[in-house]
Design a protein around this ligand. Structure first.
Ligand SMILES: Nc1ncnc2c1ncn2[C@@H]1O[C@H](COP(=O)(O)OP(=O)(O)OP(=O)(O)O)[C@@H](O)[C@H]1O
Length: 259
């Protein structure tokens, strides 16, 4: 199993020099028996918006967790913003995550007792930085919540809370924003707004967004959709349309394992 990018398979079209995330031959086995990822190699271009799709249990969340350094592959390598994650210790990985990635989940995970502004400032405090009022206000304005800074999460709608979570994920200017079903708990209209915000973030700031989703409409907001089945990459679409994504998902579902 290769452990360095120089030894990665050349010319297969998946890895490029402008990649902010690179996975090479990543395998993840849980408990010695469950193969969640079975040799995934893929590069994600800086400033791109990628959707990861696939049937339930195909390894989407595991891929995201490994790419973000939240989980460690059993073998293979992960490079994030030029740093090889698999060789780092736990403490270094935590530090790197705080500086270079943002994470948004289906559940907003905001602290109910803190104001919107303090929730957003939290990652900076955790990283030992003193949050500048202007930085926090700017990112909140960017997500359309400039007038709700003093509210508490419980006073906001689901879509607004998810926008706070996105602002919190963006405040430290991470190289990559990872989302695990970021619109999973939202109604269609609100989901569309949040996806539009992610799209705009990529366009305006050059940050990279990677999200896991089950929803073809959500995936169609991305530049590229990757399809997993049984822990392997089995397809991809550039500039995916809702119809193309839905058709691919039907194919993957139709034969059970996607192969
Ligand atoms: N912590 C864990 N311990 C044991 N097995 C796990 C663990 N996490 C995931 N798995 C298994 O690994 C496989 C891939 O899981 P993963 O959550 O990555 O899939 P997924 O495509 O995100 O699924 P879903 O769409 O249902 O969320 C599944 O068989 C799952 O049961």
């Amino acid at each position: 199993m290769t452990n360095s990018l120089q030894e990665a398979p050349a010319g297969d079209g998946v890895l490029g020099y402008d990649d902010v995330v690179r996975l090479t031959a990543v395998r993840k086995v849980y408990g010695g028996a469950v193969v969640a990822l079975d040799g995934v190699s893929v590069g994600l271009r800086r400033g791109s918006f990628t959707a990861i799709m696939g049937p339930s249990g195909s390894g989407k969340s595991t891929l995201l967790q490994c790419a973000a350094g939240l989980d460690r592959p059993s073998s293979g390598s992960v490079e994030l913003d030029g740093v090889e994650l698999t060789s780092l210790g736990e403490r270094e990985r935590t530090r790197l995550r705080r500086r270079r990635i943002g994470f948004v989940f289906q559940a907003y995970n905001l602290l109910p007792a803190l104001t919107v502004r303090d929730n957003v400032a939290l990652p900076l405090r955790l990283a030992g930085r003193r949050p500048k009022r202007r930085t926090v206000e700017e990112v909140l304005r960017r997500v359309g919540l400039g007038d709700r800074m003093r509210s508490r999460p419980g006073e906001l709608s689901g879509g607004q809370q998810q926008r706070v979570a996105i602002a919190r994920a963006l405040v430290a200017r991470p190289a990559v924003l990872f989302g695990d079903e970021p619109t999973g708990a939202l109604d269609t209209g609100t989901a569309r707004e949040v996806l539009g915000l992610l799209r705009e973030t990529v366009r305006e700031t050059g940050q990279t967004v990677v999200m896991v989703t089950h929803d073809p409409i959500a995936a169609a907001h991305a530049d590229r959709a990757l399809f997993l089945a049984d822990g392997r990459l089995v397809g991809e679409l550039d500039q995916p349309t809702v119809e193309q994504v839905a058709a691919q998902m039907t194919r993957l579902g139709a034969d059970g394992a996607g192969r």
